[in-house]
Design a binder for this molecule. Structure first.
Ligand code: NAI
Ligand code: MG
Length: 482
């Protein structure tokens, strides 16, 4: 593979670790099982170094005028765009994303830095009216070093999602990418340095969650933690953060309901609902994995979905395929287990239901895009996050019932609803227990829109101006006028 280096190590204080003597593990290509590159298995020592570097860089970065910070973030955005083709290829190889999904991620990452660059010189406090005798105002101040634990399903994009608002708020950052997808996060640190970000402002420690990740979130030098991933790991990180009373943003996945009402724009609903589950082979926290369909439209919708699913082309992200493999070996196993669980629970397979094999798929972790019908919301395939291209279709009769089914889940990240009735759209949107609701679309919230969970999908908000607030703490200064 010409585009990919033989080794990616921790990137600390503007330098990448050398391969010589480094503890390493292999990262492979999920589309064919071949080893792609080697990754440094960083641990407590690298975390110490990275946090020290971020701490040292903090005062100067915090005090740099906003306009200058903004110019650097904008330069990072531009550099990401210049490197689009290379980054798309790397993310496709390492994560398995289809070219379209990888392109979307790289473009989105560039947008994060562009969006937050524009914020840099517009952050301000408020004045508090204490009366004639006092003057009082707030200052928004960074925490210091922020830690970012990133999962493997959208490595580059999720690193950018956390780092850009953390940096614009004046923090310095240490990122721990997922062990399966470290390549583009290290590339991001390199690109940022080339774009003029001072060394130490953005550091990356590669390695396993139980080593590098656990060391980072429990490090006394860290002031704030952002994590995206599974509920159990989120809980563990929350416990570790209690030690230093560090505030957290936790984004822990979902089981999003996507509701097609009897008055839905049907063609758009079918297309949008399939996109909502098939994007990134279903490895998306916000995926619309439970499709609630009004009984009168059930067969028409299922037929439409099946027909569209037949057109999905599985293959490596580096080909013209429209769906790539499952990124990690463990996840590939997990999705297969859920295919079996669904069959055992008595759901019907409308299409798919198996691992995908055949020409061009040899050695890869491919799953047939699957639609289960006859699903009851109490089944495990309706309650548990599968994180693969597996859709559960659940019929309903009334709006009330649809809302009840939609909310009958421990998760609450996103939701979709399809209707031409304005009153219903806003009424149901208000009743849904989720951090983000799209109407007549799915994933309608762009990077400007606050994103985060209700219930066990976590707390804190990423994206938009809300993310900047998460990375700032408020200080009130009051003075007596005598
Ligand atoms: P995970 O939550 O264990 O891993 C996510 C990240 O956390 C990785 O970077 C990992 O190295 C790190 N990590 C693991 N243990 C840690 C610890 N003790 N301290 C600090 N960092 C630690 O998720 P995993 O095992 O890869 O996937 C399991 C399931 O989680 C998936 O099947 C899916 O359902 C869900 N998931 C949800 C995501 C989301 O976007 N919310 C993303 C990835 C997975
Ligand atoms: Mg990989």
């Amino acid at each position: 593979m010409s585009q990919i280096d033989e080794f990616y190590g921790s990137f600390i204080d503007g330098r990448m670790a050398s391969a010589t003597g480094a503890d390493i593990f292999e990262s492979y290509n999920p589309a064919n099982g071949e080893v792609l590159t080697t990754i440094q298995a960083g641990g407590a020592a690298e975390v110490d170094e990275a946090v020290a570097s971020a701490k040292a860089a903090f005062p100067a970065w915090r005090d740099m005028p906003g306009v200058e910070k903004g110019r650097i973030l904008l330069a990072i955005s531009e550099k990401i765009k210049e490197n689009t083709d290379r980054l798309v290829a790397l993310e496709s190889l390492d994560n398995g994303k289809s070219r379209m999904d990888a392109q979307f991620d790289v473009m989105t990452s560039a947008r994060y830095f562009e969006y937050y660059a524009g914020v840099a010189d517009k952050l301000a406090g408020e004045t508090i009216p204490l009366g004639e005798t006092h003057i009082s105002y707030t200052r928004s101040e960074p925490f210091g070093v922020t830690a970012h634990i990133v999962p493997w399903n959208a490595a580059f994009q999720q690193a950018a999602r956390g780092v850009a608002p953390a940096l614009v708020a004046g923090n310095t950052a240490v990122v721990k990418p997922a062990e399966d997808t470290s390549v583009t996060t290290v590339e991001l640190a390199k690109i940022a340095l080339e774009a003029g970000l001072p060394p130490g402002v953005l550091n990356v420690v590669t390695g396993l969650g139980k080593d590098a990740g656990a060391s980072l979130v429990s490090h006394p030098g860290v002031g704030r933690v952002t994590f995206t991933g599974s509920v159990p790991t989120g809980q563990e990180i929350m416990r570790a953060s209690a030690e230093h009373l560090n505030p957290l943003t936790l984004e822990l996945g979902g089981k999003a309901p996507n509701i097609i009402f009897e008055d839905a724009p049907i063609e758009a609903a079918i297309r949008g609902s399939l996109m909502a589950i098939n994007i990134n082979a279903g490895q998306v926290c916000a995926a619309g994995s439970r499709l609630l369909v009004h009984r009168s439209l059930h067969d028409e919708v299922v037929d439409g979905l099946v027909e569209l699913n037949r057109k999905v082309v599985l293959g490596p992200g580096t080909s013209d395929a429209t769906m790539g493999p499952i990124t990690t070996a463990a996840q590939y196993q997990k999705v297969q287990e859920y295919l079996q669980i669904g069959k055992d629970e008595g759901a019907q397979v409308a299409i798919g239901g198996n691992v995908a094999t055949g020409e061009g798929l040899e050695g890869g972790q491919f799953i047939e895009p699957t639609i289960f019908t006859g699903v009851d919301n109490s089944m495990r395939i309706a309650q548990e996050e599968i994180f693969g291209p597996v859709l559960s279709v659940i019929p309903f009769e009334t709006e009330e019932e649809a809302v009840a089914i939609a909310n009958d889940t421990k998760y609450g990240l996103t939701a979709g609803l399809w209707t031409q009735n304005l009153g219903r759209a806003h009424r149901v949107a208000a009743q849904i227990e989720a951090g983000q609701v799209s109407v007549n679309d799915f994933f309608a919230g762009g990077i400007q829109a606050p994103f985060g969970g209700y219930k066990q999908s976590g707390f804190g908000r990423e994206k938009g101006m809300h993310a900047v607030s998460e990375y700032l703490q408020t200080k009130t200064v009051s003075m007596k006028l005598s």
